[in-house]
Write a protein that binds this ligand. Structure first.
Ligand code: NAP
Length: 290
């Protein structure tokens, strides 16, 4: 049996989130709670602020410093995909990686934003009509997730239409001129609209060309914040099924965790660490903003 002294001398296995900036990331609290819950007490998950010009050199040094793997966030996801010697299909298709691990002198990469979104959607995606709002990295991962899961029709709407067109061409889906024109069953907000807690519901809906419309049956808002987002309010008011961005965060994190540790991710512990209740939902919000 390990004594207290021997536990203290165990070598640490390190994980981290690498970003610039990275102070806002909720991953350390979520991952450290998960590591503790499965008994990996010698493992630590840290924050590594790394400037873009240092990213490749820093990642190459990490294995020698005791790192098993890292999450990668803004602005490094494309650089992470490019530096990896081994890439998952999700990385090949999205051109971005959010999870790296180090094995046999090589860097391997996955984009768990893809599978994490699918894990968070509480219904069969195959055969659904879906729309993705946005054309940045989150939208690209979402669009590819839905196409790869067999959605019958995936459209992309973006404020800057040219970016939507580029995304749709590379993923193999269509551009929407009006977000709800295809009468979608599922809407994924992958824009940053809603991050600002002072943004009123009507202004958010106007920005996303959703004013006066009824939400689809299922709404996913990738934006996560401590306030109720406008899209959450829009969806819940109409009785739509709503998937919180924090649930997607937990599910992508769970996939990274399982990749590094080989253990089943303790979802309830991870939800609790980021402030979700046990269903991946929030308690009915009192903090409502219109
Ligand atoms: P990004 O590359 O900066 O893309 C931002 C997108 O938002 C663009 O499509 C942009 O449109 C659109 N946008 C910004 N302001 C807008 C406005 N006022 N009206 C209409 N559209 C607007 O960001 P990203 O990395 O894709 O992330 C998008 C969001 O998803 C962020 O809030 C991020 O935190 C969240 N996210 C969540 C998770 C999760 O696990 N829950 C994972 C990844 C990302 P233009 O092209 O016209 O500028």
């Amino acid at each position: 049996m390990a004594t207290d002294a021997s536990k203290r001398t165990q070598p640490q296995v390190l994980l981290a989130v690498v970003g610039w900036p990275v102070a806002h990331s909720r991953s350390p609290q979520m991952m450290n709670a998960a590591l503790h819950a499965v008994g990996l007490d010698a493992w630590r998950y840290l924050r590594l602020p790394v400037a873009p010009e240092s990213f490749v050199a820093v990642v190459r040094e990490l294995p020698a410093l005791g790192y098993r793997g890292v999450n990668v966030t803004i602005p490094h996801k494309i650089a992470a995909a490019e530096l990896a010697e081994v890439r998952s299909d999700a990385v090949e298709k999205t051109g971005a990686a959010n999870t790296l691990w180090f094995a046999d002198g090589a860097v391997a990469a996955d984009n768990t934003d893809v599978g994490g979104l699918l894990d968070a959607i509480p219904r069969e995606v195959r055969g659904l009509r879906a729309v993705v709002l946005g054309a940045g990295g989150a939208a690209r991962a979402a669009a590819w997730a839905l196409v790869s899961a067999g959605a019958a029709d995936v459209t992309v709407w973006n404020r800057t239409r040219e970016r939507a067109r580029e995304l749709a061409e590379s993923i193999g889906c269509r551009v929407a001129h009006d977000p709800l024109a295809s009468a979608p069953d599922l809407l994924v907000n992958a824009t940053s609209v809603g991050l600002d807690p002072t943004l009123a519901l009507d202004d958010a809906l106007a920005a996303l060309r959703l004013a006066g419309s009824t939400p689809p049956a299922t709404v996913v808002d990738l934006v996560y914040a401590d306030h109720e987002t406008p899209l959450e309010r829009w969806a819940r008011r109409a009785g739509a099924s709503f998937v919180h961005g924090l649930e997607v965060l937990v599910r992508q994190g769970a996939r990274s965790f399982e990749r590094w540790t080989g253990r089943t991710a303790p979802l309830e512990v991870m939800r609790s660490a980021v402030g979700l209740d046990s269903g991946g939902d929030r308690p009915a919000p009192a903090r409502v903003r219109v």
